[in-house]
Write a protein that binds this ligand. Structure first.
Ligand code: HEM
Length: 597
């Protein structure tokens, strides 16, 4: 520094006094003159990396005290000999001044003392926690008092988080509302998080404030979540998940869908509208034991409810960080149209599920388990404990969650797949050729055909990477103090896994912004390679339980569509690639598509 050598471990003392009294820096440095800070003044607070972490808070706390005292100070300072005198207050004098203020305000002195003591204790505790938190947590951006970084979170939060990771490193943190939030980016850190059992819990808030009292399987934590997930997977496997019996029913559904496309005779249609009822039917079979005709009002209404929830859930990304204001948010629902629509549609969806549950309860008690509702009702009979989470509320909420998660996500990905087929016609042709050579045009595809359709599978993987429809995962919560990459994560911190940062990482993918199916193929193009860096369904013990079902659906729909049709945008139309991000990342505008035989 300034050409002086400072050996390692030397104790370094900064003499701020010398700077603050330097006549070369301050005109008349011994005089008290606030004006010097009004225009080209100098800073009096130490800067650099070791800046006191309490600066912001210290300023916030000093400001109201100063204003409060000076609001009433004229009398106080004049008291001595009738003229205003400059005073320097140390903390004791400040305390005495506050007491004098009490006299001036004419408040009960005991109450006033209690108030001042409580406020001081609260401020000291707050300051202590604040500094302690800063010392322990991973680095990250500053926010405002109380709300933290919340007001600065942008609509495309996943892009913002990826940018922040470039500045602060793969594990960074910020305060958001009442919570500390840790964002985990990059493949190594996320893989470590997948293996960490202390990061399996969810935030204590509900997706929708009005439904807070009965959490669903997606919202649950700890033992109730473990039990619900184990029982749900057992029932779903029992009724066909991952078995050929369900695949046959799925193929039947795909046949109905292809027939409905044929009946359009090449007219342009809104693909997102027609696909959603068919995709929802597959999860309906698992949950309710039956599908709905495409013109059945109940099926149409349920799909509409899910779409409305998904389209209006933008408020959620902000609300989740402020559970303390749940009550006010619930009240605000009367006025907030987005939250109101989500609440109303969730209620309507659950009402229809209640009707299905009632029909199931009428069945003969000795019947076979045919679907999720049957299995859950039977589990309720077994679990008589009054604290059990196997009750009617949870049944209704879980069924709604499975119905939404099982239909909306797959529909969103299929919309992206249509977009990529139209945008890259050379890929569309390559898939069609692959189908022609292996399956032909007569036989309906099975999921087992994926082994002889490597390019088609590579196209699906690349679509999942490019679309990354759940870029910031469903938020997790640290159930215990823990560490990731040696960074401390305190209990109850909200933990966000940033899959977008992995799927766009140039160190993992060559030219990550371009759509290139070949990246998932072996060099000779004969084998598909499923990269561990593709995290579309998350990972670890809380991985999406519907991943195999989703992959089967994506494969069967894509192959059946291209076996029967050529897909294109209507002449003169440019399909919009604009996306929006609510709970999921999805295409913003409906897509009109031509299906030519
Ligand atoms: C392409 C389609 C899909 C994608 C991209 C997807 C993605 C995800 C992701 C990222 C999670 C969060 C996991 C975590 O917390 O780490 C999740 C959870 C979940 N998914 Fe999926 N999913 C899809 C399809 C499905 C389907 C078809 C079902 C129906 C069975 C389903 C049911 C669920 C459920 C119930 C959860 C909550 C699991 C829990 O909290 O334990 N998903 N999904």
């Amino acid at each position: 520094m300034l050409f002086y050598f400072i050996p390692k471990d030397t104790i370094v003392i900064f003499i701020f006094w010398a700077v603050h009294r330097d006549p070369n820096l301050w005109n008349d440095p011994d005089s008290f003159r606030p004006e010097r800070f009004l225009s080209e003044g100098k800073k009096v607070i130490n800067g650099g990396k070791s800046i006191c972490p309490g600066v912001a808070l210290a300023l916030i706390e000093l400001f109201p005290y100063l204003v409060l005292i000076l609001k009433n100070s004229k009398k106080m300072l004049k008291n001595i000999n009738g003229e205003i005198k400059p005073v320097v207050l140390n903390s004791f004098q400040l305390f005495v001044s506050v007491k004098r203020l009490n006299m001036l305000l004419n408040v009960n002195p005991t109450l006033f003392n209690i108030f001042c003591t409580c406020t001081t204790v609260w401020l000291i505790k707050h300051l202590f926690n604040f500094i302690n938190r800063l010392r322990k947590l991973p680095p990250g951006p500053w926010g405002l008092p109380f709300v933290g970084y919340l007001p600065f979170i942008k609509k495309d939060a996943y892009i913002q988080m990826t940018e922040l990771a470039k500045k602060y490193g793969p594990v960074f943190s910020f305060k958001c509302g009442q919570f500390d939030v840790v964002v985990i980016n990059e493949v190594k850190a996320i893989e470590e998080a997948f293996k960490n059992d202390h990061l399996l819990a969810r935030p204590t808030t509900s997706f929708i404030p009005a439904f807070k009292r009965a959490p669903s399987i997606i919202e649950m934590s700890g033992e109730p979540w473990r039990q619900q997930r184990r029982v749900a997977l057992t029932i779903l496997r029992h009724v066909g998940l991952g078995k050929s019996t369900l695949e046959e029913k799925m193929k039947e559904e795909v046949r109905y869908f292809i027939e409905s496309l044929k009946s359009t005779h090449g007219e342009k249609i809104d693909f997102s509208e027609v696909i959603k009822s068919s995709v929802a039917n597959i999860i309906s079979i698992l949950l309710f034991g039956h599908r709905f005709e495409y013109n059945d009002p109940m099926g149409i209404e349920m799909c509409r409810n899910v779409k409305q929830i998904s389209d209006n859930a933008e408020y959620f990304s902000r609300y989740i960080f402020m559970p303390l204001i749940t009550f006010f948010v619930s009240l605000a629902a009367q006025f907030n149209s987005e939250l109101k629509k989500v609440t109303i549609n969730q209620r309507e969806l659950e009402k229809k599920i209640t009707i299905e549950v009632a029909k199931h309860k009428e069945k003969d008690s000795t019947h076979e388990i045919e679907d999720y509702i049957d299995g859950f009702l039977q589990e309720m009979d077994k679990q008589k404990d009054s604290h059990t989470s196997f009750n009617m509320d949870t049944l209704r909420r879980n069924t709604a969650d499975f119905y939404s998660a099982g239909s909306d996500t797959t529909t969103i990905v299929l919309n992206f797949i249509m977009l990529y087929l139209i945008t890259y016609p050379e890929y569309q042709q390559k898939i069609r050729d692959e189908i022609k050579q292996t399956i032909g045009s007569e036989r309906q595809p099975d999921y087992a055909d994926r082994n002889s359709l490597p390019f088609t599978m590579a196209f699906i993987y690349e679509s999942l990477r490019m679309a990354t429809i759940v870029p910031l995962n469903a938020h997790r919560r640290a159930s215990q103090d823990t560490k990731i990459m040696n960074f401390f994560i305190p209990k109850d911190t909200i933990v966000i896994l940033n899959f977008w940062s992995v799927h766009r990482d140039p160190n993992l993918w060559n030219d990550p912004l371009s759509f290139k199916s070949e990246r998932f193929l072996s060099e000779d193009g004969t084998k598909v390679i499923k990269s561990p860096n593709l995290m579309a369904f998350s990972g670890g013990k809380r991985i999406c339980p519907g991943s195999t079902l989703a992959m089967t659906k994506l494969f069967l729909y894509l192959v059946s569509i291209l076996q029967n049709f050529q897909v294109s945008a209507p002449e003169g139309d440019k399909i919009s690639e604009e996306v929006k991000y609510n709970l999921n990342r999805m295409l913003k505008k409906p897509m009109k598509v031509h299906f030519h035989v």
